[in-house]
Design a protein around this ligand. Structure first.
Ligand code: HEC
Length: 139
């Protein structure tokens, strides 16, 4: 009987150790999970991703003070901008430059403010989102 009890205790100890070990292993896996988005940002960005990210960037920036997707406010509606420019890589770069440096004289007298804190890569995503608004795809 005493022998049985001892082996039960050993078994219980082993079991609780296994549970503990399992628990701490889970934590390690979680920590590793937090590292994955870093890899994703360096992964290639698809055309659709760039447009979706551009939309979030525009919405998070001050653009909406002066621009609406379909209505003219202070600046032209972003859909009007899309209609004026063909969705080409050259125009993505042109408009990204305007977003960063500002611009004037294309749509009227009111100038667009510069956004020197926006990176070229982010400005190009914003430009891609704007240029996609008339349903065109990049060519
Ligand atoms: C202070 C108001 C204001 C803000 C803020 C603003 N814009 Fe503008 N935007 C304008 C005006 C005004 C024009 C028209 C300028 C012109 O006539 O050349 C313009 C023009 C543009 C154009 C067309 C440029 C061209 O040469 O045809 C794009 C694209 C654009 N804005 C995107 C953005 C984005 C993206 C943001 C946010 C990062 C933004 N704008 C923030 C006022 C603003």
């Amino acid at each position: 009987m005493k022998g049985n009890q001892t082996s039960y205790l050993v078994f219980a100890a082993a079991l609780s150790f296994a549970v503990f070990a399992c628990g701490s292993k889970k934590e390690t896996t979680n920590t590793e999970d937090y590292g994955t988005p870093k890899e994703e940002t360096t992964a290639p960005v698809t055309a659709a991703d760039a447009i979706t990210q551009g939309e979030s960037l525009v919405k998070a920036s001050d653009c909406k003070t002066c621009h609406h997707a379909v209505n003219k406010i202070i600046g032209p509606s972003h859909t009007d901008v899309a209609k004026k420019y063909e969705f080409t890589t050259a125009n993505v770069e042109l408009l990204a430059g305007k977003i960063i440096k500002g611009g004037s004289g294309v749509w009227g007298e009111i100038p667009m403010s510069a956004h020197t804190d926006i990176s070229q890569a982010d400005a190009e995503k914003m430009a891609r989102y704007v240029l996609s608004l008339d349903g065109e795809t990049e060519h």
